[in-house]
Design a protein around this ligand. Structure first.
Ligand code: C5P
Length: 224
C-alpha cells in the first residue's frame, strides 16, 4: 500500500499533537512533533546563553545540536532527546514556552530544522505536526490539515497538560503565552503560520479526541 505524508498545522495548544499521535498509531505511521524540535533548540539556547540576536553564533552552534526521538520503554511515549539526554519534560515547561517562538523566528534555526524534518519524511508514511509543515516542509503532502480551537478552550487544555506534569500555572498566564506565541508565529518573516491553500480546516472546539482522529484517519484513507 502506498504511504502518504499527513501534515497537521495550527495554533498553539489546539490539540494537534494529541490527534497526530493517535492518527499515526492507527495508520501505523511515524509521528514527528516539530514543536518539540524547536523547544529542544530553545532549551539549548537557554542553557548555553545563546542570544537570538547573534546569527553568526547561532550558525556555529547549530551543528552542536542533535535532536532525536526515542520510545520510552515503560510509558510508551515518543520522547525528545537533546544531544543524547531525555529532555521531554523539560522542554514542555513554561520557561521554554516563553522563549520558543522568538527562537523559532530565527531564519538559521528554521533552515536547519526544516532540512532535518524533510530528511525524516523521505520514506513517507509520516504524520508531522507544526506550523509550516503543509506550507514549507512538505508542500507536496497528500493530506494537509489546519487545526484550530477557541482560545479559552486551548488555554484550559494546556493548563490540564501542565498540571499533569506537576506545573500549576494560572489560566490567564497560559492564555497570554498562547496569544503571544500565536502572534509571533503568524507575523514572523520566515515561514509564518498560515493555512495552506489546499489544507482542510478543522475547528475542534466542540469535538472529542476520538472524533478528530476518526475524521483525519478517514481523510487519510481517501488519499491512500
Ligand atoms: O507545537 P508547540 O506548541 O510545542 O510548538 C512550540 C513553538 O515552536 C510554537 O509556538 C512555534 O513558535 C514553534 N514552531 C514553529 N514551527 C513548527 C513547530 C513549532 O515555529 N513547525
Amino acid at each position: 500500500m502506498p504511504k502518504i505524508i499527513v501534515a497537521i498545522d495550527g495554533y498553539s495548544s489546539c490539540g494537534k499533537s494529541t490527534t497526530a499521535k493517535q492518527v499515526a498509531k492507527q495508520l501505523n505511521y511515524a509521528y514527528i512533533d516539530t514543536g518539540a524540535m524547536y523547544r529542544a533548540v530553545t532549551l539549548f539556547f537557554i542553557q548555553n546563553h545563546i542570544s537570538v540576536s547573534n546569527p553568526k553564533e547561532i550558525q556555529k552552534v547549530l551543528s552542536d545540536i542533535h535532536i532525536t526521538f526515542r520510545r520510552h520503554k515503560v510509558k510508551g511515549t515518543n520522547d525528545t532527546y537533546l544531544n543524547g539526554l531525555n529532555v521531554e519534560d523539560e522542554i514542555r515547561k513554561m520557561y521554554v514556552s516563553e522563549q520558543v517562538s522568538t527562537v523559532s523566528a530565527v531564519a538559521e534555526v528554521r533552515h536547519a530544522l526544516v532540512a532535518q524534518q524533510q530528511r525524516m519524511g523521505k520514506t513517507r508514511g509520516i504524520v508531522m505536526d507544526g506550523r509550516d509543515i503543509g506550507t514549507v516542509v512538505f508542500p507536496q503532502a497528500e493530506l494537509k490539515i489546519f487545526m484550530t480551537a477557541d482560545p479559552m478552550i486551548r488555554a484550559q487544555r494546556r493548563q490540564a497538560e501542565l498540571l499533569e506534569k506537576g506545573e500549576l500555572i494560572g489560566l490567564q498566564e497560559i492564555a497570554e503565552n498562547l496569544k503571544m506565541r500565536d502572534h509571533i508565529d503568524t507575523t514572523r518573516t520566515e515561514s509564518p503560520l498560515r493555512q495552506a491553500e489546499d489544507a482542510i480546516y478543522i475547528d475542534n472546539s466542540l469535538m472529542t479526541l476520538d472524533e478528530q482522529v476518526e475524521m483525519v484517519v478517514r481523510l487519510a484513507d481517501e488519499q491512500i
